[in-house]
Design a protein around this ligand. Sequence first.
Ligand SMILES: Nc1ncnc2c1ncn2[C@@H]1O[C@H](COP(=O)(O)OP(=O)(O)OP(=O)(O)O)[C@@H](O)[C@H]1O
Ligand SMILES: [Mg+2]
Length: 428
Amino acid sequence: MPHQTRSPKDAILAIDFGTSNSTVGHPTAAGPALLAVEDDHVTIPSAIFFNIEEERMQFGRDAIAAYTRHYEGRLLRALKSVLGSALIDETTAVGNHRIAFRDIIGLFLHHLKATAEAQLGRASEAVILGRPVWFVDNDAMRDQAAQDQLAAIARSCGFKHVEFQYEPIAAALDYESRVRREELALIADLGGGTADISIVRVSPARHLQADRKADVLANAGVHIGGTEYDKRLSLRQVMPHLGYKSPLREHPTRELPAAPYFDLATWHRIALLNGNGPASFLKDMQHMAAQPALVHRLLRVVRERSGHLLAGDVEQAKIALSDNARATLALPYVDDGLAIEFSRPDFEAATADETEQIAASIRDCLCQAGVAATAINTLFLTGGTSAIPAVRAACQATVPQARLAEGDRFGSVGLGLTIHAGVVGGAR
Ligand SMILES: Nc1ncnc2c1ncn2[C@@H]1O[C@H](COP(=O)(O)OP(=O)(O)OP(=O)(O)O)[C@@H](O)[C@H]1O
Ligand SMILES: [Mg+2]
């Protein structure tokens, strides 16, 4: 990064643009600090609401609250998942306009930048952005395209210097700030969109050195995070109440088309169900269905734009299952009196493949690093999905002798990116 050309007055920011939550950090002489990005919060949900009624944009919790209060408008979440996908070049309807997904990501990043600059009282032209090990699983070209898209979006927001750091390396830097002696750590950042793994030799002596390549033994990752767990839970236990997998009237051995249910269960695709094309398709589905009352529920959710409400409630049920054996979800906005019972074993069965893929990614990382599982001293878990008991157990089973360590589940990556920003750009 050509930092010698930057004005000492401009600040370097470290942005963790997360699938579910984002942070903005800034290196100070006293150490890395996360800025308050929404009221007093250092995290902000990666959400944007186009409030058509009041002709304004809202971000984060404010966006979600406006949507929940039934303002007329459009809510978009999990936009990071669009990077590297075909959707990045598409547009979505917002009132009478269409906005490109890449511009919507730009509006969110711009909001983070402006909020940070207002707090710091100065401009910022340099940013360290976190990135998953793979935006797009095992596809180097599409993965590079995703990073290029994010870099171009950051530049369009006014950042002239854009640099990336792997999210799990950032988490390692945060963990390293607390270690007393050199050790081999397996870092698992299990977030909303991706599971990212690194094996890093952490060392207090080398903590603030710029070149740490030799200490990073391997990186691995898979496009599985909390939003995928939400989707699996929704498809398994909620969508069947809206007609998913129910038979056709005239061909009882065949099922209704699954695509609308997948869209409704996938955070970043919910918005695609709005519009005239999908609406007429859903009406046709009701005619095709052997149980039209179920499809009527689907139509109601889409018509009343309750898709994000439903996804949010499924997510809350998932979160409740991290601490409880059972959870109940009341869905009066889907149908009068509809309530669904969830149990932890059902949830674990619905998401066993995902959990296994995360564990497989850890084993892959060990293999790439060429180290035995027994050589790992510490397993450092971070990211919201690391709270799921089955996921924790699966990760621990890959390195059973390692000590378990945890930091700030939602701030570790952001803090580590800020440590990195301080090393490459200095505290300014
Ligand atoms: N107690 C909990 N139990 C289970 N899941 C949880 C819990 N708390 C948060 N989550 C999930 O964690 C995810 C968000 O985690 P996090 O904020 O680390 O992701 P992110 O950084 O936005 O995503 P990524 O790094 O993948 O881009 C969400 O899917 C959320 O539902
Ligand atoms: Mg994250």
